[in-house]
Design a protein around this ligand. Structure first.
Ligand code: SF4
Ligand code: SF4
Length: 262
């Protein structure tokens, strides 16, 4: 979420942290959080929503998102567009609530919890540390209701744990480049990063309709899998990102494609 930092509680929390919360359609603030929000999407968010809507990733991105370039790591992110015809709200909010509830993005599932990831120096090299924080928006009355949760029980109850599993690798990629102080990406790399992260239909065409498979050594079983399995395609996208961002040698150029040495 592109967050209003004024409502973020500046205390780092863990999965054991407790809070009381309840949200239901009789609460007087119902839908208010969906009417003033900018949500950064993850690759898995897009797979779920575009399939629910029955449209291509390209059509989804064009109709429902805009691109935000992070000043720190220069990575492009897809952000849910605020609709002009919907009082500045999320395109999926209706008077009855979220119209894509079962496929709502990870950020919506976690709310009022926010999550972060940082790289810590460990004895055996850098380790990733996930942390959480509470969003204390005074307009959200949910803290005054409901039962007690831990962040862990909340994220399982909201189905956010599956989203974490699906996109942890992608989040780490974002963080690793930001933390390494690497130079900003040029427009071509930004476009590749955006395509492999978000526009899976285009990424698939790029793999199968360009010289991609002639140039790179990719296991035949994996090639067959990414033809039909969208999650495998998304995960292959993470591998490709690590390669083009020079984070890891996850792919190899075929010997015969290398320039001959004289
Ligand atoms: S996707 Fe659903 S839950 Fe998330 S902001 Fe939009 S309407 Fe609200
Ligand atoms: S309680 Fe909070 S999360 Fe629930 S509808 Fe109200 S503002 Fe949104």
């Amino acid at each position: 979420m592109l967050m209003d930092m004024g409502v973020v509680e500046p205390v780092k929390r863990t999965l054991d942290s407790k809070f009381k919360f309840g949200c239901h359609n009789d609460i007087s603030c119902f839908n208010s959080c969906c009417s003033r929000t900018s949500i950064i999407l993850t690759p898995y968010d897009i797979v779920r929503i575009k399939n629910r809507l029955g449209i291509s990733s390209g059509d989804f991105l064009e109709k429902y998102t805009y691109t935000y370039i992070d000043e720190g790591n220069s990575h492009p992110y897809a952000v849910l567009k605020v609709m002009d015809d919907n009082k500045g709200g999320c395109p999926f909010v209706t008077p009855e609530g979220c119209s894509i509830y079962e496929d709502r993005p990870s950020n919506c599932r976690y709310y009022p919890v926010g999550q972060g990831l940082m790289i810590m120096g460990g004895e055996e090299g850098p380790v990733n540390e996930e942390f959480y924080f509470f969003i204390r928006d005074p307009n959200c009355l949910g803290y005054q209701e409901g039962r007690e949760w831990t962040i862990e029980s909340w994220r399982i109850n909201q189905g956010a744990d599956i989203y974490d599993e699906m996109t942890r690798e992608w989040m780490e990629i974002q963080l690793r480049r930001g933390a390494s102080g690497e130079p900003k990406l040029d427009e071509k790399k930004q476009a590749m990063l955006y395509m492999a992260s978000y526009d899976l239909d285009k990424f698939k065409r790029f793999i199968f309709e360009s010289k991609f498979l002639d140039l790179l050594e990719i296991d035949k079983v994996e090639v067959e899998k990414i033809k039909t399995d969208e999650i495998a395609l998304m995960k292959f996208g993470f591998k490709y990102l690590k390669y083009i961002l020079m984070l890891e040698e996850t792919l190899k150029v075929k010997e015969e494609s290398l320039p001959s040495q004289r």
